[in-house]
Design a protein around this ligand. Structure first.
Ligand code: FES
Length: 141
């Protein structure tokens, strides 16, 4: 037993409260080799890899896959994931970010008015403006 001072124990006439010493934690902790600093030797469960859905697009004879990123534009997600997409205005005017969607169209919201006006006939052929195409707000299975 270890004596522990509390606010109440400091009041004159009261004896210090005795509390049991803390017990060592065991059970749910990963086991180690017993060496200090050997984190790489921790025994852990195998990690589960979550594969996200992707939109695959073609731009200038280059095929690019962009992982689903809810509420982001295709361009924002591509750039964040280090994918080289060409663009200029980011506002749907120049058309430089135009891509042909090869797969994953269902992950994208419907074309914006700006996108529809800019692409016109090409929209029906599967083209989208990466700066205007937004991923759906929910992740689909
Ligand atoms: S960057 Fe100009 S239309 Fe997309």
């Amino acid at each position: 037993m270890r004596k522990q001072l509390t606010v109440g124990s400091l009041i004159a006439g009261r004896s210090p409260v005795q509390t049991p010493a803390p017990t060592p934690v065991s059970g749910n902790m990963p086991e180690t080799t017993g060496r200090a600093g050997s984190f790489s030797r921790l025994q852990t469960k195998p990690q589960t890899t979550i594969k996200r859905k992707q939109v695959t697009v073609k731009q200038h004879d280059q095929t690019i896959s962009v992982e689903q990123a809810p509420c982001q534009t295709l361009l924002q997600a591509a750039l964040a994931q280090g994918q080289p997409l060409s663009y200029k205005c980011r506002q749907g005017y120049c058309g430089k970010c135009r891509v042909l969607v090869v797969s994953g169209t269902s992950l994208l919201d419907a074309p914006t008015k700006q996108e529809s006006e800019k692409l016109d006939q090409k929209l029906a052929s599967g083209y989208r403006l990466a700066c205007q195409s937004t991923f759906r707000s929910t992740i689909l299975d």
